[in-house]
Design a protein around this ligand. Structure first.
Ligand SMILES: [Zn+2]
Ligand SMILES: [Zn+2]
Length: 141
């Protein structure tokens, strides 16, 4: 196992058998509203490497991109745990605040900074994009 996590009440937990493929800070309105925080930090992992225990409920909505986004919550405490996009196969986005091993949370980029709340501080050493960037600009050659 590489890392684990759980919701506020502990009824939903998970284990990831792979390292995150990508960690992004997302300032989009959907992340803000769904997390209730001023931005979301998303830990992406291969879905087939993630083992989930406990009961979740789901909510689906359309993103501006046209993709269907499906979010999963603990049925008991309501913690938002996971997100999937119809535009990405075999990738699940885990909400970073639910991860147990907090030292692995090292975002590589800020995205949707055009939607950022002006008072939200960001690390200007990291690359940023006005929306979701094409390609993989966080990869340094
Ligand atoms: Zn819970
Ligand atoms: Zn977002």
């Amino acid at each position: 196992m590489k890392f684990s996590g759980q919701c506020l009440c502990g009824q939903v937990s998970y284990k990831s058998y792979a390292e995150p493929v990508l960690i992004l800070n997302c300032h989009c309105e959907d992340c803000r509203r769904s997390t209730g925080a001023v931005y979301g930090t998303n830990v992406m992992v291969a879905e087939d490497q993630l083992e989930i225990h406990g009961k979740v409920s789901t909510f689906s909505h359309k993103a501006k991109s046209g993709n269907t986004m499906t979010k999963r919550f603990c049925v008991n405490c309501g913690t938002l745990m996971f997100g999937n996009s119809s535009g990405r196969t075999n990738v699940v986005s885990i909400r970073a605040g639910t991860v147990d091993q907090t030292e692995i949370i090292n975002p590589v980029m800020n995205v949707f900074v055009d939607s950022k709340i002006s008072s939200t501080p960001i690390n200007n050493d990291l690359p940023k994009a006005s929306e979701m960037p094409e390609g993989e600009p966080w990869k340094k050659d």
